[in-house]
Design a protein around this ligand. Structure first.
Ligand SMILES: [Zn+2]
Length: 121
């Protein structure tokens, strides 16, 4: 029994691709441009497009944060719940990784995000 033919598969693939495109356009937020890291020791704004490894500290805990492939994630943390590590990578505007025990919040912001100059100066 041959039910699969390329003649059927190609239109189906086009419909699926169009549906996916619609889903992406309507359902997700734009790719972010910067990463804002708020910790008890201050706020940092970093570019999401430059590879960076850094640490953030708060309340006796240390988080290792990696920015790579236009996404940011917490790779290591010594906080008790490690929710921040398990959140994984984020890359879209307004997505956040929060480490409650350390008081660190990582937020992806857009190109025109919260006054970058004011924070870095
Ligand atoms: Zn954590």
């Amino acid at each position: 029994m041959r039910w699969f033919r390329w003649g059927d598969a190609i239109p189906a693939a086009i419909v699926a691709a169009a549906a996916l495109g619609l889903l992406i356009a309507s359902g997700t937020k734009p790719q972010g441009a910067f990463v804002r890291i708020d910790s008890p020791s201050g706020t940092q704004i970093l570019s999401l497009s430059e590879y960076t490894m850094l640490t953030a500290r708060g309340h006796g805990h240390t988080l290792t944060i990696a920015i790579e492939d236009d996404a940011v994630r917490v790779t290591e943390a010594d906080c008790p719940d490690r929710v921040c590590v398990h959140t994984g990578a984020i890359s879209r505007e307004t997505q956040t990784i929060a480490c409650v025990p350390a008081g660190v919040v990582i937020t992806v912001v857009g190109a025109e995000g919260p006054s970058v100059d004011a924070v870095t100066r």
